[in-house]
Design a protein around this ligand. Structure first.
Ligand code: F6R
Length: 244
């Protein structure tokens, strides 16, 4: 794993932005795996700026988001699809039919999961899969105990994840209990994985990921098994990692 230390959240976002732009400029039809949550907001803001300054085009890009809450359509203001539209898709020139988020409101969720996998396959390999790090070590919504070879499927959210995501809802009772998540096996097939981590509140988790053997009890440790992982983490997130 390559670890890049950023001074703060802004620099982490700058460095991640450079990496995405470089891929857009060097790969003819780039495919990105995208994440939601707080961590990538700064990156998405910068990508919009660079697009507006005509430094990058997403005309030939395809994206696949990691996850979506079950029961939530793209029009639902708390859905991840809505988040992506508001924070990125509506502001850049990506084709609507190339910006994929699992459909949490699908009538047949199993079919939706199979079809999502199929679309990823048809797009070719994901060039860069962006990840954030969950407080319990999850990646996507793959919670502790998820098999490392899992594929896109309906998953149950851990209590700790629901508590952490309650900040986006009126109360914890409103946080969905299930979601569709890209599988760990699916994520691991990406050509490169870019993990962004910011803040002291992630320091223990990040140190644990870096110092542990791969274990299904701690999903992010699977990244040790991938040949091309870049972690861009800020000073706070790296504060408990020796040598940083
Ligand atoms: C989001 C996702 C999650 C988040 C993780 C960190 O699509 O899949 O794994 O990346 O929960 O969330 P933040 O960035 O809010 O700390």
């Amino acid at each position: 794993m390559k670890i890049i230390r950023a001074e703060d959240y802004n620099q982490m976002s700058d460095l991640a932005c450079e990496k995405i732009i470089e891929t857009c400029q060097t790969v003819k039809r780039p495919v990105f795996g995208l994440a939601t949550g707080d961590t990538p907001n700064g990156l998405y803001e910068r990508l919009i700026q660079k697009y507006e300054q005509k430094e990058v085009s997403f005309e030939h890009a395809t994206t696949f988001n990691l996850d979506e809450y079950v029961g939530y359509s793209k029009e639902h203001s708390k859905s991840y699809h809505y988040y992506m539209s508001e924070r990125l898709f509506n502001h850049i020139n990506i084709r609507e039919d190339h910006a994929h988020v699992p459909n949490g409101a699908a009538l047949n969720l199993q079919e939706e999961c199979v079809s999502y996998e199929q679309k990823i396959k048809e797009a070719g390999r994901i060039n860069i899969q962006l990840l954030g790090l969950g407080a319990n070590g999850h990646i996507g919504f793959n919670e502790p105990g998820t098999p490392f070879d899992s594929r896109t499927e309906v998953v149950f959210l851990a209590d700790s994840t629901r508590q952490s995501n309650a900040r986006f809802f009126p109360s914890i009772e409103d946080v969905p209990k299930t979601a569709i998540s890209m599988g760990i096996g699916t994520i691991m097939e990406s050509e490169e994985i870019l993990l962004l981590v910011s803040g002291e509140q992630k320091a223990d988790i990040l140190a644990h990921v870096l110092n542990s053997e791969p274990s299904e009890e701690f999903p992010a440790t699977v990244l040790h098994n991938h040949e091309k992982v870049t972690i861009i983490a800020d000073k706070g997130a790296l504060s408990k990692v020796k040598g940083f």
